[in-house]
Design a protein around this ligand. Sequence first.
Ligand SMILES: Nc1ncnc2c1ncn2[C@@H]1O[C@H](COP(=O)(O)OP(=O)(O)OP(=O)(O)O)[C@@H](O)[C@H]1O
Ligand SMILES: [Mg+2]
Length: 366
Amino acid sequence: MATITLDKIVKNYGAVQAIHGIDLAIEDGEFVALVGPSGCGKSTLLRMVAGLEDISDGRLYIGDKVVNAVEPRDRDIAMVFQDYALYPHMTVADNIGFGLKMRKTSQTDRKARIAEAAQMLQIENLLDRRPAELSGGQRQRVAMGRAIVRRPSAFLFDEPLSNLDAKLRVEMRTEIKRLHGLLGRTTIYVTHDQVEALTLADRVVILKEGRILQEGPPLTLYHAPANRFVAEFIGSPQMNIFNGTVRQSETGAHVDIDGIRLPFAQIAAPDGARVHLGARPEALSLCAYEMADVHTQVDVYEPLGSDTMVSARIAGITAVIRLSPETQVTRGMKLSLRLDRSKLHVFDADSGERITCSAQASGGAN
Ligand SMILES: Nc1ncnc2c1ncn2[C@@H]1O[C@H](COP(=O)(O)OP(=O)(O)OP(=O)(O)O)[C@@H](O)[C@H]1O
Ligand SMILES: [Mg+2]
């Protein structure tokens, strides 16, 4: 069992700083997802934890021991990569047991551990095959088996599912979650797929250009993004972002988006401040004509079964609206829409940082 603590971790590649002093404390048994766009430093960070990459500055602790100078094989951590890296000439059983053999684990113990892992991964019937005779999902299971048999105190995953097709990815995602429940080991999981991060992790860490932009439980990031980048990165379809201006008066405040007035009890920004108003697709809903904030019409609609997504022009942008699947929608249909005040986000137009505001009436700070 292990906590993993990053204390001001820095990585320089020559003159280029890829990681800018990251602090992160991962609890024993916690599942943390590192997510962010390509090149933000996810793999670099993970490889430093694994010991495959030197740490330029800062300290890395596993438990209460500094491990900066500890060899990868002595860190009691197992890593699963995107490309599986299986040995083509070995059987599944030998692939899974190879690391144990290198560590001179006895044959009896090795056999028992391979059998146990194969059972966990439901690949007992594949143990005599070679990697070429397996599907992508099965190869991925073998790669996980190789990590599991080592009984490490922590697992590191770097985009383990990105070579699989969409359906299999969802299946294997459930599998990884089930295994984490079963084994309860500290896990760091790198992905650029925000859905994967949200569905798997206890805590999601969002990276951009080698820095943490926000970390927290999945729903905290979804409901209270700290800045516009996180707001747009998390959630699918993306949050709608409108250009707006804050108006302060004696009776309260409102955001004006292209002539549409959205009142708030208060907004922590001065009169005239330029802001971005964020509204997720479910923050817009159909309402009676006279109750509406905005009138528009359907450009495109996508019946997904569980929801119907509608695109429509609102305040100068093409906004996406999530409607219930029962709604009868046709192209060109007129829409009267309300923006749910408690689900709106206000960001500074220049810095992108969240601006504190509170909704009117029903209240509740957000
Ligand atoms: N060996 C290296 N030498 C120089 N620069 C590197 C090296 N490895 C990575 N980098 C740079 O460090 C930054 C972070 O790279 P990293 O591979 O960690 O990104 P990532 O978040 O894993 O991206 P992806 O989602 O594409 O895998 C990038 O700008 C990359 O170009
Ligand atoms: Mg990477």
